[in-house]
Design a binder for this molecule. Structure first.
Ligand code: AHR
Length: 512
């Protein structure tokens, strides 16, 4: 892996000079009144009936000995509230296309069982269903995002689900009332199928576009409820899928999804915690592929929709490692290190840059599955490094993007995008600027000089996330190894901000 100094502007790398000297980087803010707002929904989460995401992670039931609020873990609820989660996607994932919502309503003890054939053959007792999900969204203050069953469900079943949730009157509203919910809920985000090219039915793009048109027709808007319909989108670089969906069904959806996991080799995904320096940079190169994917899919969408009415919804993303040794391979339980924190920060920065088209993103998943926010073990809970990135980035939610360029060294990774040593993102909301900087180098500190473009501001606060080793993670029953602390390595003088970034660190500064 070679290093060289490069300038990063609008994600186009241009070599400007070579340097043997250690790490000095420059950031130039380039505020623009017409820059897009970073939809807070980019900070969305995803909860699937998979392993211990729902059961044990979010929901323990009201009878549990684990402290709970109406059946939801109180520790997890409190931790998640700090993330200001805007939207939560449920019940899958692959599970969604085998989920029959009527099995998950009514008295819990009478609900039928099913086999969760996608995820380890675990028997699902349906004790967490529609009412439990919508109540959770109310407790978290977030929008629900339902993923509807197209693969194995009927048009009628999906239509009635929307009616059950949103109608004031009629048989479905009566059914809801008989289950204890008088007023309809609001439902904005409705996904019509999940990974319809794969576990959601193995459709071709052409066939799915027609199926999508049919299913969405009967998802009605009851009593003033407005649906934002989302079609199942492409697998990573499958541009044909996006092209066909935009061509054949665009007038029937508001959003089109995209799924991408930072995985090199699905047959050997690597350990979450045991990895070396080259694995680390390879992972960052892989996560930066997201920029190309979003750029390429957006270019196709631009052809059909230059006004950018349709949102690109990256409703599954993140790292995917081998499961922790000794755990069920179908439950996708993985640890989360400082490397995952870097992936989170770099990926969120990409979504910010593409905020004009990317309107939602949902990291997979919220608890105990893949790149989770929280991990639980019986009554214990740990907050992951990724959780802390999401918490540090909260001020960016609904901020206006401040475009910027970066000049920094880069690390080359075979066959993947170069990894910039310093990456940066900035937004402004209510006159307060939030600047987040990432130093990806495992060895080199960097003094980052930020041209504030005349913005008169003082450093009003800062936090840093770093660790002794990139392999560090937070574990049950142990003091946290990766947690943010106050940062005082930033100073403004003569219109320039200088930030002393230690190696392997993520910093967020409040400027006002
Ligand atoms: O997030 C885990 C799985 O990954 C989801 O169920 C599926 O949509 C994707 O393949």
């Amino acid at each position: 892996m070679n290093k060289c100094l490069k300038s990063l502007a609008a994600m186009a790398f241009t070599a400007v000079a070579a340097s043997a000297a250690p790490a000095e980087s420059a950031v130039k803010l380039e505020p623009a009144a017409d820059a897009p707002v970073i939809s807070k929904e980019i900070y969305g989460q995803f909860a699937e009936h998979l392993g211990r995401c729902i059961y044990g992670g979010l929901w323990v039931g009201p009878e549990s000995g684990i402290a709970n609020t109406q059946g939801y873990r109180t520790d997890v609820l409190e931790a998640l509230r700090e993330l200001h989660i805007p939207v939560l996607r449920w019940p899958g994932g692959c599970f969604a296309d085998e989920y029959h919502w009527m099995d998950g309503i009514g008295p819990r003890e009478k609900r039928p069982m099913m086999v969760n054939s996608n995820w380890g053959g675990t028997v699902e007792d349906n004790s967490f269903g529609t009412n439990e999900f919508f109540n959770l969204c109310e407790l978290l203050g977030c929008e629900p995002y339902l993923s509807g069953n197209v693969g194995s469900g009927t048009v009628e079943e999906l239509a009635k689900w929307v009616e059950y949730i949103t109608a004031e009157n009629g048989p479905m509203a009566d059914l809801r009332r008989s289950n204890g919910r008088e007023k309809p809920w609001k439902l904005k985000y409705l996904g019509v199928g999940n990974e319809s090219w794969g576990c959601g039915g193995n459709f071709t793009a052409e066939f799915y576009a027609n199926v999508y048109r049919r299913y969405q027709t009967y998802c009605r808007e009851f009593d003033g409820n407005k649906l934002y319909k989302i079609a199942s989108g492409a697998n990573a670089g499958d541009l044909h899928w996006t092209d066909v969906l935009m061509r054949d069904a665009m007038h029937h959806f508001a959003g089109l999804s995209l799924h991408y996991y930072s995985v090199d080799d699905w047959s050997s995904k690597g350990s979450a915690t045991v990895f070396d320096t080259s694995d680390y940079y390879r992972t960052l190169g892989l996560c930066l592929e997201m920029n190309k994917l979003v750029t390429d899919h957006s270019a196709i969408m631009d052809r059909y929709d230059p006004e950018r009415r349709v949102g690109l919804m990256v409703d599954e993303w993140g790292t995917w490692w081998e499961v922790e040794p000794g755990t069920n391979p179908g439950h996708l339980f993985q640890q989360n290190t400082m490397r995952d924190a870097m992936v989170a920060a770099l990926t969120l920065n990409i979504f910010h840059r593409h905020a004009a088209r990317v309107r939602m993103a949902n990291i997979a998943q919220i608890a105990n599955v893949l790149q989770a926010m929280v991990l639980t073990d019986g009554p214990e809970m740990v907050l992951t490094p990724t959780y802390y990135v999401f918490r540090m980035y909260v001020p960016h939610q609904d901020g206006r993007l401040v475009p910027l360029s970066v000049t920094t060294e880069t690390q080359s990774v075979a066959g993947r995008p170069d990894v910039p040593q310093i990456d940066a993102t900035c937004s402004v909301k209510d006159g307060v600027y939030t600047l987040s900087l990432t130093n990806t180098s495992l060895t080199d500190a960097s003094s980052v000089s930020v041209d504030l473009a005349g913005i008169k501001a003082k450093v009003a606060g800062g936090e840093i996330l770093t660790a002794k080793s990139v392999n560090d993670y937070n574990d049950f029953g142990q003091a946290e190894k990766v947690a943010p602390r106050k940062f005082d390595g930033a100073k403004i003088s003569k219109g320039r901000l200088v930030v002393d970034m230690p190696a392997m660190s993520i910093v967020t500064l409040e400027l006002k």
